[in-house]
Design a protein around this ligand. Structure first.
Ligand code: HEM
Length: 502
């Protein structure tokens, strides 16, 4: 065994491991949550572990989240950490392939495309796509049985992946993408996705066929979008409510419009950012609903009470109505607490950084310094599952969000961001926006801007499914941490039966 001694007295403690280069890659990779809880027990909230030759310093708990996610974007740098993974997939000149201030401008452009006005227009489209999907004429025939007395089965991840891409392309991505979904686009997407794995991130330059396929697909996908963009520019670009329409109109601070390939690459980035995060959250939500008949019942009743009509049918809902459904909202919120799709958030350390004493070792006077060249890692899921913070932390209990005495009751205090816009950081009991035990969408400068879109998409999807079918499953699957996004392991087959309307 190799006992790694911190190189300097100020270095954070290093997690014990047997293999020099591999370090703790196996235990971290198999179950990061278990690994973090065990390390916290031994070393406290701040420690360093070896991950395939990289030195990664973790800071846990709400204070650790705040330290990393609220840190300066120059010192804790996202581009350095992510670009080997993202640039080959998204393409050049966007997101982490540009200096952070340019990406922040691009993020602002994307926000325009995710405006409330657009989200209002999307609810009906998502509902229609899900309805169609569940009917016989659907492109994908996963729902084999329409007999109201018969139970059918479906693989929840497969179904959620298909519904997510159908609804995202119908809304954000635009009609041209939707029209090409069952053609070449799907194959390109799969090839790109095959290049968006932890292996690609750790080892960006392997001479593997999957890497070549990824590169070919990136080029073709980019050309596909550029073609749409050129046709739009030549025609009537304002006619659509989608992201391409919004991006065509934006200008950088220097007055320049986005170039065709920049719009194309932002579209690919949004596809990758939204696809697995939403389909994973949709899958875990349906699994828990299927496992909890009481909550399923409450969800259905909420639909009937709000949207029931005299003829016994359920009418469509508006975006505002969708956002005002407490049971549905807390189902998604609670699912994201236990199953946040992203378990680790990374930055690269560009300068030595002093760890605040309150975080590293409360009550003692030893100061840790994270050396330049390390990576830092935040894992909000650790505080989201912390039994010291949450009552019955392991239990999926949407009702905790409406318990007036619960920890979660303090959630959703609103903060203003740099641009004076309202941002829901969740859990606003503390003064700093980034210090919170509930951060499934991250925090600070790199915080997610897809949250409202995801709630719209998932809320409409879950409502539509619940209106049509009853769901059942015996057990909640375990987590698969080997993919970029935390997915349920097999078996994950849900039984369903169509509801009777009389
Ligand atoms: C950033 C989670 C859906 C676009 C993030 C981050 C998290 C996250 C944790 C922070 C990453 C970091 O700090 O390194 C989620 C979850 C989603 C979701 C849980 C769904 C349930 C979406 C969707 C879109 C999107 C649908 C686009 C339509 C983005 C963008 C960023 C981001 C542009 C900014 C990255 C940066 O500034 O570095 N998301 N996301 N996300 N997400 Fe999401």
């Amino acid at each position: 065994g190799q006992l790694i001694i911190p190189r300097k007295a100020t270095d954070p403690p290093v997690v014990f491991h047997w293999l020099p280069f591999v370090g703790s890659a196996i235990s971290y990779g198999n179950d990061p949550l278990k690994f973090f809880f065990e390390c916290r027990e031994k070393y406290g909230d701040v420690f360093t572990f070896i991950l395939l030759g990289k030195r990664v310093t973790v800071a846990l708990g709400p204070k650790g989240n705040n330290f990393i996610l609220g840190g300066k974007s120059i010192t804790f740098n996202a581009e350095d950490a992510y670009t080997p993974l993202t640039t080959p997939v998204f393409g050049r000149d966007v997101v982490y392939d540009v200096p952070n201030d340019k990406f922040m401008e691009q993020k602002r452009f994307v926000k325009v495309g995710l405006s409330t006005d657009n989200l209002r227009a999307y609810v009906g489209m998502v509902e229609e796509e899900v309805e169609q999907y569940m009917n016989k004429e659907a492109t994908f025939r996963t729902f084999q049985t329409n007999d109201i007395n018969e139970w059918g089965q479906f693989d929840v991840v497969k179904v959620m992946q298909e519904i997510t891409i159908l609804t995202a392309s119908r809304t954000l991505q635009g009609k041209e993408v939707r029209a090409n979904l069952d053609k070449e686009y799907a194959q390109l997407y799969n090839d790109l996705d095959g290049g968006f794995t932890p292996i690609n991130w750790m080892m960006p330059n392997l001479p593997l066929e999957s890497y070549r396929r990824r590169d070919r697909a990136q080029k073709k996908m980019s050309d596909f979008y550029v073609d749409i963009i050129r046709k739009r520019r030549a025609g009537n670009p304002e006619a659509e409510h989608d992201m391409i329409a919004a991006l065509l109109e934006q200008t950088y601070r220097n007055g320049e419009y986005l170039k065709d390939h920049e719009i194309a690459h932002i579209m690919i980035a949004l596809l990758m950012a939204g696809q697995h995060t939403s389909s994973a959250t949709g899958s875990w939500s349906l699994l828990h609903i299927a496992h909890n008949p009481d909550i399923a019942d409450a969800l259905y009743k909420e639909q009937v009470q709000n949207f029931g009509t005299p003829d016994g049918k359920l009418r469509s809902m508006t975006y505002e109505e969708l956002r005002a459904l407490p049971v549905l909202d807390s189902v998604i919120r609670e699912t994201l607490r236990i199953h946040p799709p992203i378990h680790s958030i990374m930055r690269h350390v560009r300068d030595d950084v002093v760890v605040p004493g309150t975080l590293s070792n409360p009550g003692k006077d030893k100061t840790f310094i994270i050396p330049k060249g390390h990576f830092v890692m935040a894992s909000p899921v650790v505080s989201q599952m912390d039994p010291e913070i949450w009552k019955n932390s392991e239990e999926w209990d949407p009702l905790r969000w409406s318990d007036p005495n619960g920890v979660a009751a303090q959630a959703f205090k609103t903060y203003l961001d740099e641009n004076g816009e309202k941002v829901d950081y969740g859990f606003g009991a503390v003064s700093k926006g980034t210090e919170s035990p509930y951060q499934p969408f991250g925090a600070g400068k790199h915080r997610c801007i897809g949250e409202q879109f995801a709630y719209m998409q998932l809320g409409t999807l879950i409502s539509t499914v619940i209106r049509n079918v009853e769901l059942r499953i015996d057990a909640i699957p375990e987590h698969n941490y080997h993919t970029m996004i935390t997915m349920p392991k097999e078996p994950r087959t849900i039984s369903y039966r169509r509801r009777k309307f009389d």
